[in-house]
Design a protein around this ligand. Structure first.
Ligand code: ADP
Ligand code: S3P
Ligand code: MG
Length: 191
């Protein structure tokens, strides 16, 4: 049966708080995959901040980092956050790994941090295998630099989240179910 966002509406809406579900976490934690699984579970649409930003560019995010640098990318992320604030509600938002730093993040909706340790991230990204997912991630070109960035960001991801989901060996659908349960238990998603 087809479900609409109206069936998923928050039981206890909070004034001034958007009813999106944002998925944050480090590169490779599984944000984009979980957002799609959660969309399948709930019937809510999912968007991905990286895809939305790429829709503005005539190139990949990786090429944009090379031509314009990280700061320019962060400005695009803030512009996108402002657009989400003005124009998007009742939507699942997979964020890029650095999006958690935008101003106004916590007012965009319920922020769910996918807390994967660095080994799990490397496993997801096939760091030891041939078909590395790291190739298309400009900030995961060097393992040591990525680990340093991970260590620096970890406390900030925690601070800038409403819910923390520990990622172990579960698949994306299991993680999506966990998020659905947490939001339901908090009266933030319909039963
Ligand atoms: N729970 C998971 N278990 C195993 N592999 C996963 C899991 N989540 C994601 N992956 C794999 O990890 C890679 C990165 O996933 P992705 O969803 O793009 O992460 P992110 O958006 O956080 O960077 C993909 O190859 C994906 O198939
Ligand atoms: O962590 C980051 O700063 C980034 C993460 C990437 O998204 P994923 O986390 O989906 O790989 C993408 O937004 C960009 O390469 C920068
Ligand atoms: Mg992603």
């Amino acid at each position: 049966m087809e479900r609409s966002w109206k069936n998923q509406i928050w039981r206890f809406p909070v004034a001034g708080m958007k009813q999106n579900i944002l998925i944050t976490g480090f590169m490779g934690a599984g944000k984009s995959s979980v957002a799609r699984a959660l969309a399948e579970l709930t019937g809510l649409f999912a968007v991905d901040t990286d895809d939305l930003i790429e829709s503005l560019l005539h190139c990949s995010i990786k090429s944009y980092f090379v031509s314009h640098g990280e700061n320019a990318f962060r400005r695009l992320e803030q512009r996108l956050a402002n657009w989400l604030a003005s124009s998007v509600d009742h939507t699942i938002v997979a964020t890029g790994g650095g999006f958690f730093q935008v101003q106004g993040l916590m007012e965009l909706g319920q922020v769910c941090f996918l807390n994967a340790d660095f080994d799990t991230i490397c496993r997801h990204l096939h760091v030891c295998a041939g078909d590395q997912q790291t190739v298309m991630r400009p900030l995961f070109q060097n393992l040591e630099a990525a680990k340093k960035r991970f260590d620096e960001r970890l406390p900030l991801y925690r601070q800038n989240a409403h819910h923390i989901i520990t990622v172990g060996t579960q698949d994306s659908m299991d993680l999506a179910r966990q998020i659905q349960d947490i939001l339901r238990q908090n009266g933030l998603l319909a039963q």
